[in-house]
Design a protein around this ligand. Structure first.
Ligand code: SF4
Length: 454
């Protein structure tokens, strides 16, 4: 058992994986802040290190472990906590790891603050940590990202795609009440956040568990629409963005209704995973490429140049060269504004892990590079449409490029915009200003000229 030095009450956090994880870390940070802890960067000496782990791929597992080991190296007397998805999936292995003091899986995540506090108190009776969670569960789980805050509205997933461990490590669908989410969004508005991102593990299923329906298809996205509508009435919140959606939620009715909510950004992340129907079927994704097409067509019918972004997996078991080519061609036809390309990663306990036709790493690397190259071209093609036109930029921070100061932010379509900042003050941070994109940098950031405040 480690003997910790708690005199500074310093705690450091590291989050891996999805926005839901980021949100949950934010909530924990708030609880420790309320209890009088000092939050310090992860690479400095702290009394407690919390790593909110991810297990979505092998790489995520490896990174989670690496961070846990790094924490122990930074201070071998600190309490190192493994939290979240990997802690749930590989609890036994992590408990045997000498670098890790406490393993808290997803089932206990909501109570992580109290578990950690009790552990510390038991470790050191003379500890000066006597604080309890003063937040009483109402603490806003703000994931601080400059001017944008994330709100988790549901957890868990009932879909069981064959490659994914999430339903096993996060359990079945659980939605938060609209009232609860609304209160949190009001709190965020009071704190000055102008943009909120509605997020969840399977956001399209929001509200299904609060009705007698078996699937979100029956509900046609109604609870999610009602939630967005309710949040759009909050003064101070100027932009609402949606997290990842399943294409089947985009019906004529849903697209038509949400398009009337002005604050909702025309940016839709529709998880594709593969552009080939036979691969999709082995993945047990429940849509076809034709249905996906329909969803994109509907978005393009109701929005001008919506940003359609996606995730895509290459090298899924049994993916032949032809299937990969089909997927590549399909993605090109859709014309995504941004794509996250993943190599398939074998996860123990999933159906896909036991499938024949596992693809070798070299082929996966080659396919990932080809897909990423195409994604880069598509992004730049999309962005060219905005050159010379007025764009509204929500300014997030001041950055330096080649030693010069620039304001940096995003437009509603989530294109990163920068424009030169000729004052020493950060006067535009958290303001929405009108800019005109002039040029696209290699990473897709657009260099703009400043026009005026909006
Ligand atoms: S929809 Fe599929 S990929 Fe997404 S969390 Fe659920 S099981 Fe995993």
């Amino acid at each position: 058992m480690c003997k910790m030095n708690v005199k500074n009450n310093c705690i450091a956090f590291m989050t891996l994986g999805c926005k839901v994880n980021q949100y949950e870390t934010g909530k924990l940070i708030g609880q420790f802040e309320n209890a009088g802890f000092k939050i310090v960067p992860f690479d400095t000496e702290a009394d407690i290190y919390v790593v909110n782990t991810c297990t979505v791929t092998n790489i995520a597992d490896r990174k989670s472990r690496k961070m846990l080991h790094r924490a122990k190296r930074l201070n071998d007397k600190a309490v190192v906590v493994a939290l979240g998805c990997m802690a749930e999936a590989d609890a036994n292995a992590l408990k045997e790891d000498n670098s890790i003091d406490l393993v808290i899986g997803n089932s206990d995540k909501a109570d992580a603050f109290n578990i950690i506090m009790k552990y510390i108190e038991a470790l050191n009776e003379n500890t000066d940590i006597t604080a309890t969670d003063k937040s009483c569960g109402s603490n806003s789980g703000i994931f601080r990202e400059h001017t944008r805050a994330y709100i988790k509205v549901q957890d868990g997933c009932n879909q069981f795609c064959t490659y994914c461990r999430i339903p096993y490590v996060r359990g079945r669908l659980k939605s938060r009440s609209m009232h609860d989410v609304y209160d949190e969004a009001c709190e965020l508005a009071k704190k000055g956040y102008r943009e909120i991102v509605i997020t969840g593990i399977h956001l399209s299923s929001y509200g299904v568990d609060m009705t007698d329906c078996k699937s979100f298809i029956e509900l046609r996205g109604k609870p999610l629409y009602e939630l967005i509508l309710k949040l759009s009435g909050i003064q101070g919140i100027d932009r609402i963005r949606l997290g990842s959606l399943e294409p089947r939620i985009i019906t004529e009715e849903f697209a038509g209704s949400i398009s009337k909510i002005n604050k909702l950004c025309p940016h839709f992340h529709l998880s594709l995973q593969s552009g080939c129907d036979s691969t999709l079927s082995r993945m047990k994704r429940k849509y076809t490429t034709k249905e996906y097409n329909n969803a994109v067509d509907l978005l393009r019918k109701y929005y001008v140049m919506p940003a359609v972004t996606t995730d895509i997996i290459v090298g899924f078991p049994g993916e032949t060269d032809e299937e990969f080519e089909t997927s590549l061609r399909y993605a090109k036809t859709i014309g995504f504004s941004s794509m996250h390309v993943f190599k398939y990663s074998k996860r123990d306990g999933t159906v896909a892990a036991g499938m024949n036709g596992q693809i070798n790493e070299n082929i996966k690397n080659k396919r990932a590079a080809e897909m990423a190259e195409m994604a880069d071209c598509l992004m730049k093609e999309y962005e060219k449409n905005f050159i010379g036109h007025n764009e509204e930029c929500l300014v997030e921070e001041v950055i330096y490029i080649d030693g010069r100061r620039y304001y940096s932010g995003h437009n509603e379509r989530y294109i990163k915009l920068v424009f030169e900042c000729d004052t020493r003050e950060d006067v535009f941070v958290n303001e929405i200003v009108s800019v005109v994109p002039q040029k696209i940098y290699d990473d897709g950031t657009m260099l703009c000229s400043y026009k005026k405040p909006c």
